[in-house]
Ligand binder design. Structure first.
Ligand code: URA
Length: 433
């Protein structure tokens, strides 16, 4: 078998066999197949696509390129939720404690973010002392004691994906459904959960800009999960505008804590209740409607907040910051961004808001970049709100004052004010089971 022939076969639009896919992934991880050949194969897949069987073979080959976590973490089914990523997406911080407070084991491994803001583990690190890097034995003992832990993804999981994703990032081959689906699912399957709920974002702040494309990605991942024997469901949810009012690491943690205290923004609360309901439903806690009520009750009676505090304390974080969020450090420099005309906020380009927060220091351009935990944006107005000229639409936060002009410019260029009121979008567009 030769890498050349495999690339040529896919270039010509033919399906690759199980053996060919395994040969390529194995050779690439061992360094026997060069980066330029792997990028040529990714480009061929980008243009020619793959069928369901090929995508599953690719996913399993990437899963098996490293360790597959086989830890039971106690009785009952283990569940995870994965989001394809968006701006202001802090749902894991709310959902994980809701579900764990209802007796479901959540042993979550989460990636760090490259892009607008950090990933879930970066966000958690904005709590003083919170530790996300630990040996599997410690992770296991925390989960056994508290029923919940969120840690950084082990470097031993799906190394083929790590290598390929870095390559795709610089060869314009990220936004391909077979490649995204196999990348995400290889890591989810390697983490060893029994059940998976996928939050597939759609709109200006996500990989997939249309509902149809997002649904196609959702179906593809659900199909892989089913073929791999998992209980799995995907929700296609709105990411045309940022989620909630906060973008940036500590700002998002504070908003998540407020949501657990019962003071969350409507869109964030709705999506968290829906995703929690499907997680609880998959592990057998009742119908989706019953599970939604259970999730709401876990917020109302404070049990989800207590679970969050237990997790923070077990992972070395300062629990008092949860009771009193004014303890989170504040950004040194702020700027109010004001509307330049009267009207309604007609549209908001979520990606543009994400780029603005990246300029302020909330995310990373490269793996080595350091995150400014206090940096980010809080929105005072969302799509559909009426504004008068001079009203504050957002506030920028940063430790680097020289970033403020560009970040303000980006935010204003990403906001359309019009005399017409926009239609509101649903939060959950589709459920793919
Ligand atoms: N997230 C991933 O883990 N992989 C992709 O390809 C895209 C998003």
């Amino acid at each position: 078998m030769r890498a050349y022939d495999i690339i040529k076969k896919k270039r010509d639009g033919l399906a690759l066999s199980h053996e060919e896919i395994n040969y390529f992934i194995d050779g690439y991880v061992k360094g026997e197949i060069a980066d330029y050949q792997a990028s040529a194969l990714c480009m061929a897949i980008y243009f020619r696509g793959m069928d369901g069987r090929e995508i599953t073979d690719l996913t399993l080959a990437m899963r098996d390129s490293g360790e597959v976590l086989d830890v039971k973490f106690g009785e009952g089914l283990r569940i995870d939720k994965h989001s394809t990523g968006g701006v202001g997406d802090k749902t894991s911080l709310v959902i994980a404690p809701i579900v764990a407070s209802l007796g479901v084991t959540v042993a979550k491994m989460s990636g760090r973010g490259l892009g607008h803001t950090g990933g879930t583990v970066d966000k958690l690190e904005s709590i003083e002392g919170f530790c996300v890097e630990m040996p599997v034995e410690k992770f296991e003992s925390i989960v056994k004691k508290t029923g919940i832990a969120i840690v950084g993804q082990s470097a031993t999981l799906a190394p083929a994906d790590k290598k390929l994703y870095a390559l795709r990032d610089v060869t314009a081959t990220v936004d391909s459904i077979p490649l995204i689906a196999s990348s995400i699912m290889s890591k989810k399957l390697a983490a060893g959960d029994d059940c998976i709920v996928l939050d597939v974002k759609t709109g200006s702040g996500s990989f997939m800009k249309s509902v149809d494309k997002s649904e196609e990605l959702a179906r593809c991942m659900v199909d892989i999960g089913k073929r791999a024997g998992k209980k799995i469901v995907a929700l296609v949810t709105d990411m045309d505008v940022p989620l909630g009012f906060a973008i940036g690491n500590s700002l998002e943690v504070i908003e998540a804590i407020e949501t657990l205290k019962g003071n969350g923004p409507k869109d964030l609360v709705e999506i968290c209740l829906s995703l929690s309901a499907y997680m609880l439903h998959l592990v057998g806690k009742g119908s989706v409607d019953e599970c939604k009520k259970l999730a709401q009750k876990a917020i109302d009676d404070g049990s989800a907040l207590i679970k969050f505090k237990e997790m923070v304390s077990a992972q070395g974080g300062d629990e008092s910051w949860i009771d009193d969020t004014s303890l989170f450090p504040k950004a040194k420099f702020t700027r109010e961004v004001k509307a330049d005309e009267d009207g309604y906020i007609y549209s908001v380009n979520a990606e543009g808001y994400g780029e603005s927060s990246l300029l302020l220091g909330a995310g990373r351009n490269t793996k080595e970049d350091k995150i400014d935990f206090c940096a980010g944006i809080t929105l005072s107005k969302k799509r559909g709100d009426s504004v008068k000229k001079g009203d504050v639409i957002a506030t920028l936060y940063t430790s680097n004052p020289s970033s403020l002009d560009k970040a303000e410019e980006k935010l204003l260029a990403s906001t359309v004010i019009s005399s017409a009121r926009p239609q509101s979008n649903p939060i959950v567009y589709k459920v793919v089971e």
